[in-house]
Design a protein around this ligand. Sequence first.
Ligand SMILES: [Zn+2]
Length: 84
Amino acid sequence: MCKCCYTIGDTRRFCNDLEPVSPHPFDNSFEKELTSVQIVKERLHKEIMQRCLASNQVPLCINPLSASFKNFARYVLLIIYSSF
Ligand SMILES: [Zn+2]
């Protein structure tokens, strides 16, 4: 819940400007360069590797040959389908 609106008793009091202009508009210009799935995959990989290098951590890798991969995949599908 936002901090600009408040409740008095049972009544919710909303602020005057419910859609204020952000002082820092979101820059979505990077989306224009994402023209294919392959490019998105490359960008994601680059981003993950940069973050891991910066934080000195190893990226999470999923091993499809692992014995527990079937359970993992079933669990992920359950989460995805239960969100619809
Ligand atoms: Zn508010």
